[in-house]
Design a protein around this ligand. Structure first.
Ligand SMILES: Cc1ncc(COP(=O)(O)O)c(C=O)c1O
Length: 417
């Protein structure tokens, strides 16, 4: 050894050579052509185990896509690369897309939110956030075209953080309006904040993320009519509630013919249940005509979407899910999650755990249990001094059965003693 490494320089070279050989060995291990199925199976097993207990987030784990994937494999569609780039309502030069299914899906949803088929324009998005991004972008463009001024964005402080981030992205002045302890925007605070000399981009929280509160659209509208801002655009963030409300007796809450709005964003993976994020965004053709779409000659059309390449497979999956489930199926699911949420609230109250739920909501928020319970069920924490401080919530989706609820309540009770 002493002979080989005579000097410090030689030692340094030795280390470098060793590091090089090691990294070569390591990278060929990672990128070798052998797929490590054992590792993948272990990963898949862990995901399946977690699935039953993740109740802190608004995700329907009953994805039920086996039939879709069977057909997908049988039809060998995996050998094809598709892309929904472009406006689905215009013939695209790039024809490897699922626009026809995307359009039928928008035709299904448009009337549920009070858009007539003729006036509606919509797309399948990557997520609720993507839908909010399009709503806020279209809103800014419409207000700019009407007033030549950037709008002020008004939203409840309890609205999803994507709204705050997206306002930042567009360099908008953001006025966060205080919310009451149930999570609803305090409308008198909105009235104080509303500047009638500037255009207003008002984002309605149709189900706040933590407490599941719905902003009072009629009261917000009354303030707008009273203070008369020079121009207004209303975008509804209905990520979770926009999924199930159209299938309940309270469907008017998301109907723009009853409570007017210009656009709406809904998540697909929340109520409807998918193995990946997606969503829908719907507005009117009139709004679409007021944005500057930047003509794209090689696509023979204007591309109105912010994102150019768009997922073609998710639009097809969404279409499949709607066909398979149908109105009656969604009505049954909506009824069940709301009944189970009521049950959870009542069971927590029975064990003297303070618990609350918004009127139209499948989210139950309650006094935060100890950390082991929080971790076991993937519960999201929140703090509200008006409700005693530390809180947690459970979003009762289709996979949260009464059996799961009983187990959670029993864990909460045991750890309370
Ligand atoms: C009210 C609300 N808006 C938007 C989002 C973001 O939706 P996504 O996760 O689909 O981007 C969420 C997510 O939980 C939400 O609760």
């Amino acid at each position: 050894m002493k002979k080989i490494f005579k000097s410090k320089i030689q030692i340094g070279i030795g280390i470098m050579v060793f590091a090089f050989i090691f990294s070569l060995f390591y990278s060929t291990q990672i990128f070798s052509e052998e797929i490590p199925f054992k590792r993948l199976d272990k990963f898949s097993k862990r995901m399946h185990q977690l699935r039953g207990e993740a109740v802190g987030y608004p995700v329907n784990q009953n994805t039920d896509l086996k039939e879709f994937y069977q057909w997908y494999i049988d039809s060998r569609l995996y050998d094809v690369s598709m892309n929904n780039v472009g406006d689905p309502q215009k013939a695209s030069i790039y024809s490897m897309n699922t626009h026809e299914f995307e359009n039928e899906l928008i035709d299904f949803f448009a009337p549920l939110y009070g858009f007539s088929k003729d006036e509606a324009w919509g797309i399948v998005t990557m997520s609720g956030t993507d839908g909010n991004m399009h709503g806020m972008y279209f809103g800014v463009k419409q207000l700019l075209s009407q007033t030549k001024m950037l709008p002020i964005c008004y939203v409840s402080e309890e609205a999803h953080y994507s709204i705050k981030k997206l306002a930042d992205l567009q360099n908008l002045e953001l006025r966060l309006i205080k919310a009451d302890e149930s999570g609803k925007m305090i409308v008198s605070e909105f009235e104080k904040a509303l500047d009638p000399t500037k255009p207003a981009l008002v984002v309605i929280a149709m189900g706040t993320t933590f407490k599941g509160a719905i902003d009072d659209q009629a009261a917000i509208d009354a303030v707008i009519r009273k203070k008369k801002p020079i121009a207004v655009y209303r975008h509804v963030d209905a990520a979770l509630f926009g999924g199930y409300l159209p299938f309940t007796e309270n469907k008017d809450l998301v109907n723009r013919k009853v409570f007017y709005f210009d656009s709406i964003a809904v998540s697909g993976h929340k109520f409807f249940g998918f193995d990946e994020p997606m969503g829908v965004f719907i507005t009117t053709k009139k709004t679409l005509s007021q944005i500057n779409p930047f003509n794209v000659p090689y696509l023979n059309q204007a591309v109105p979407t912010i994102t150019c390449s768009r997922n073609a497979l998710s639009a097809l999956k969404f279409w499949w899910k709607v066909k398979k489930t149908g109105m009656q199926g969604f009505i049954t699911q909506a009824k069940e999650i709301l009944a189970n949420a009521k049950y959870l609230e009542a069971e927590l109250q029975k064990i003297n755990c303070p618990a609350w739920r918004g009127e139209y909501s499948n989210t139950v928020y309650f006094k935060r249990p100890i950390q082991t319970v929080m971790r076991k069920y993937d519960l999201a924490p929140e703090f509200d001094s008006r409700l005693g401080g530390n809180l947690a919530h459970i979003v009762v989706m289709q996979n949260v059965s009464r059996k799961v609820i009983d187990e959670i309540v029993s864990d909460v009770k045991t750890k309370m003693q």
